[in-house]
Write a protein that binds this ligand. Structure first.
Ligand SMILES: Nc1ncnc2c1ncn2[C@@H]1O[C@H](COP(=O)(O)OP(=O)(O)OP(=O)(O)O)[C@@H](O)[C@H]1O
Length: 224
């Protein structure tokens, strides 16, 4: 993947003003953006996913322009082909594991008669060892299982890139280690480009082929 980001955004709440001014370019498939709470990491990831609109600038992924304020280009989140995994996983609480994974494969309005690919759902249930909990609801799962469902749902539509916001923050230390190893193996197997944001130095060690540091809305290259 080659990603190019050069964006600016002013966020205001009451008297507080936050200026995001983020520029980076990477050809790595494992980019980690590291920085303290409130640095602007989530806002940056949301801009790449299309969930936040910058005031100015450009975003391109693998040669495809996703956003260009000057040219009036703003590809919808659904058409960006990036999977965004939220901090809290954001599973649908009223859908079971199978339905949550199938959700990512729902036929869109363009193709309403297409059927959900049952084989694909089966594949992802097996890949993440979730067959035995396929009928369970998110609140009936462990933290690690919930995370696997979220990953399976994000990967099922075969996105071009995976964006992860603090993917292990909600897990206890033992499970965090295991899920880190699982994601590490999975990312290598699928060779899917990934941008991970975190304030945990262990994530930097495990995934940071290219590490950028974010502070007060700005990015800088992180020396190894
Ligand atoms: N909708 C909003 N309106 C105004 N300010 C906002 C809004 N969303 C976020 N901010 C501010 O933008 C800044 C960056 O927030 P962001 O969530 O990107 O930080 P972060 O680095 O991801 O932090 P954390 O690691 O705690 O998630 C914060 O100061 C926050 O208060």
């Amino acid at each position: 993947m080659v990603i190019n980001v050069d964006i600016r955004k002013t966020l205001r709440s009451g008297d507080r003003v936050f200026e995001l001014d983020a520029r980076f370019e990477s050809a790595s498939t494992r980019v980690v953006i590291y920085g303290p709470s409130g640095a602007g990491k989530s806002q940056l990831l949301k801009a790449v996913a299309g969930l936040m609109t910058p005031d100015q600038g450009r975003i391109a992924l693998a040669g495809r322009c996703l956003f260009d304020a000057a040219a009036g280009i703003d590809v919808t989140p659904q058409h960006r082909r990036v999977a965004y995994l939220f901090q809290d996983y954001a599973l649908f609480p009223h859908l079971n594991v199978r339905q949550n994974i199938a959700f990512g494969l729902q036929p869109g309005w363009r193709n309403p008669l297409a059927r959900v690919d049952v084989e694909a759902v089966r594949y992802w249930l097996a890949a993440f060892e979730l067959e035995h909990v396929a009928q369970q609801l998110p609140h009936q799962l462990s933290g690690g299982q919930r995370q696997r469902v979220a990953l399976a749902r994000a990967l099922a539509p075969q996105p071009g890139a995976l964006l992860l916001d603090e993917p292990f923050a909600a897990l206890d230390p033992g499970l965090r280690e295991r899920m880190r190893a699982e994601l590490d193996a999975l990312q290598r197997r699928l060779a899917i480009p990934m941008i991970l944001i975190t304030h945990d130095p262990e994530d930097v060690r495990a995934f940071g082929d290219h590490v950028l540091r974010m502070n007060q809305g700005r990015l800088e290259e992180h020396a190894p």
